[in-house]
Design a protein around this ligand. Structure first.
Ligand code: UDP
Length: 484
C-alpha cells in the first residue's frame, strides 16, 4: 500500500437484489482490507441486511461504512417496503423498480461533491453511472455479479445472432466464436437478449449494453484457473478491460461471517452445524435455488418425492409455500416423519456458504446462479444443475460440459415464476441425485471439484491469480488518481 498519499476512496453501488448485494459487500470488504476507504451506498431496508457484516469489518480496523439513500417510493409508484428486486411480484413492478434506480443519481452526486471519491463500482441498471463518473473525472467499474463465460456467450449471441436463423424453440444450434463448441436452443436464451423481444425489455437491454460499453472496465467475481480461455476471450476478442478478483465469498473465513451473509438465516448456525456434524463426510446433498426462485406446489411435491427416493441425506431450502397449511398442499403425507433423521428443511434463508463448506457436504442441487456456482466450486462440491432463468442455462453448460463437475437434472426451458406445473418430475431428480452421489463417475467428478476448490482458494491467497489481479487494479486506480 502507498502510505504517502491518502487512501483511495471507492463508492460501491450494487443492484438492489441479493445476488448482487451479497458479493458486492464481500468485494467492498476486500477493498477495505487493502487499505481503501470503502463507502457502500444503499437504502435503509437493504442496509439493515448488511450492516452486521460491515460493522464487523470495521471492528477489525477497515475503513468501511454505509451511506443511506432514501428509496424513491413516491416517484416510482412502488409500495412501501419494496426496496429490493426480490420484493417485486409483477413484471410491472420490476420495471418500476428499474426506473426507480434513476432517482439515485441526484442524491449520490450530492454526496460525491462532499466526498470526492476516486472510483465508483456500480452494478447493472444504473444507466447514469458512466455520466456520473465522467462528471467527477473518475473511472466507473461495473460489477455484474456474473463470470467471464456468460459475458462471452452474451457477446457471441449479440454479435452473431444465430438464433435469428432458427425457427423452432427447441432446435439446437452452436453458439458461435467461443473457445468451446457449445450448443443451445432459443428457449434457453433470455428474452431480453433477443432482438424480437418486447419493446420495453429491448429498451432496457439496449441501455444496459450502452452502459456496459461505456464503463472503464469490469470487476469479475471469478478466478483465472476456472475459465482461462474465457478470461482471454473477454480481454482479447471482446476487448474489455477486466479484473478477476474472486471467489469473493472466500473472504468469509469464520463460521460467524459465513452465516451472516445476506438475510438473517432462518435456522441458527449451531442447529445447522449440529445436524451436519451428525452426518458422514461427503454424504449430504444441499438443495437451494438462490434468492429469487419460486416453485409451484406441484414442483415442490416432486422435489420432496425425488429426494426421498434418492436415499441420500439432504438439506432443502424452501422459500415459498412454507406456512403450515400451505405445506400440506405439497408435502407428501408422512414425509417429515420419515425424513426425520435424513432430511433437514430450512424454510426461508439458509447460511449457504457455511453449509457448502462443511465436510459432510457431498453435493449441491443448484439453479446455477453465478454466485451459487462459484460458492459450490470454492467449496469443492459437485453439482446437480437445474437452471431456471436468466443466464443460468449457459452457466449449466460450463459446469457440466467444460468443468465436468455437474449432472444435469434435465431442465430444457425457463421456469416462469407463475408456472403452476412441475417441469421436472421426481424420477429425474432421483436419478440425477443418485448419479451425483454414487459410483465411480461420481468419485471422479468429486475429485475434479475438489481440485478446482483448491485452485479457488490458492487464487485468493497472496500471490494467487485473483490476489495479483486485484493488486494491479488498485495500482491502476492509484495511477489514475495521480494523473487527475
Ligand atoms: N443465498 C443464501 N441463502 C439462501 C439463498 C441464497 O445465502 O437461502 C445466497 C447465496 O449464497 C448466493 C446468493 O444468495 O450468494 C444468490 O445468488 P445467485 O447468483 O446464486 O442466485 P440469484 O439469487 O441471484 O438467482
Amino acid at each position: 500500500m502507498d502510505t504517502q498519499s491518502p487512501p483511495l476512496h471507492v463508492y460501491f453501488l450494487p443492484l438492489l437484489a441479493p445476488g448482487h448485494m451479497i458479493p458486492m459487500v464481500d468485494l467492498a470488504r476486500q477493498f477495505a482490507r487493502h487499505g481503501v476507504k470503502a463507502t457502500f451506498l444503499t437504502t435503509p431496508l437493504n442496509a439493515a441486511k448488511i450492516s452486521k457484516a460491515i460493522d464487523r469489518e470495521r471492528e477489525f480496523g477497515s475503513q468501511i461504512s454505509i451511506r443511506l439513500l432514501e428509496f424513491p417510493y413516491k416517484e416510482s409508484g412502488l409500495p412501501e417496503g419494496c426496496e429490493n428486486l426480490s420484493a417485486t411480484t409483477t413484471l410491472e413492478q420490476t420495471f418500476s423498480f428499474f426506473n426507480a434506480l434513476d432517482h439515485f443519481q441526484g442524491p449520490i452526486e450530492r454526496l460525491a461533491v462532499e466526498d470526492r471519491p476516486d472510483c465508483i463500482v456500480a452494478g447493472p441498471l444504473y444507466t447514469w453511472s458512466n455520466d456520473f463518473a465522467a462528471k467527477f473525472g473518475i473511472p466507473r467499474l461495473s460489477f455484474w455479479g456474473s463470470g467471464f463465460f456468460p459475458v462471452c456467450v452474451h457477446n457471441s449471441l449479440r454479435r452473431h445472432k444465430p438464433h435469428e436463423k432458427i425457427e423452432s424453440d427447441t432446435e439446437e444450434f452452436v453458439i458461435p466464436d467461443l473457445p468451446d463448441t457449445l450448443t443451445t436452443t432459443k428457449q434457453q436464451i433470455p428474452e431480453s437478449w433477443k432482438d424480437d423481444s418486447e419493446n420495453s425489455i429491448k429498451e432496457f437491454q439496449e441501455k444496459l449494453i450502452k452502459e456496459e460499453e461505456g464503463s472503464y472496465g469490469m470487476v469479475v467475481n471469478s478466478f483465472y484457473e476456472l475459465e482461462p480461455a474465457y478470461v482471454k476471450h473477454c480481454r482479447e476478442v471482446i476487448g474489455k478491460k477486466s479484473w478477476h478478483i474472486g471467489p469473493v465469498s472466500l473472504c468469509n473465513k469464520e463460521e460467524g461471517e459465513k452465516s451472516q451473509r445476506g438475510e438473517a438465516a432462518s435456522m441458527g448456525e449451531e442447529e445447522c452445524l449440529n445436524w451436519l456434524n451428525s452426518k458422514n463426510p461427503n454424504s449430504v446433498v444441499y438443495v437451494c435455488f438462490g434468492s429469487m426462485s419460486i416453485f409451484s406446489a406441484a414442483q415442490l411435491r416432486e422435489i420432496a418425492a425425488g429426494l426421498e427416493a434418492s436415499g441420500q441425506p439432504f438439506i432443502w431450502v424452501v422459500k415459498q409455500n412454507t406456512k403450515e397449511e400451505e405445506m400440506k398442499e405439497w408435502m407428501p403425507e408422512g414425509f417429515e416423519e420419515r425424513m426425520q433423521d435424513r432430511g433437514l428443511i430450512i424454510r426461508g434463508w439458509a447460511p449457504q456458504v457455511l453449509i457448502l463448506d462443511h465436510e459432510a457436504l457431498g453435493g449441491f442441487v443448484t439453479h446455477c446462479g453465478w454466485n451459487s456456482l462459484l460458492e459450490g466450486v470454492a467449496a469443492g462440491v459437485p453439482m446437480v444443475t437445474w437452471p431456471l432463468s436468466a443466464e443460468q442455462f449457459f452457466n449449466e453448460k460450463m459446469v457440466t460440459q467444460i468443468l465436468k463437475i455437474g449432472v444435469p437434472v434435465g431442465a430444457q426451458a425457463w421456469t416462469k415464476r407463475t408456472d403452476s406445473r412441475a417441469p421436472i418430475n421426481r424420477e429425474n431428480i432421483e436419478i440425477a441425485v443418485k448419479e451425483l452421489m454414487i459410483g465411480e463417475e461420481a468419485e471422479e467428478r468429486r475429485s475434479r471439484a475438489i481440485a478446482l476448490g483448491n485452485m479457488a482458494k490458492k487464487a485468493v491467497e497472496p500471490g494467487g491469480s485473483s490476489d495479483t489481479d486485484f493488486s494491479s487494479l488498485l495500482e491502476e486506480l492509484r495511477k489514475n488518481r495521480n494523473n487527475n
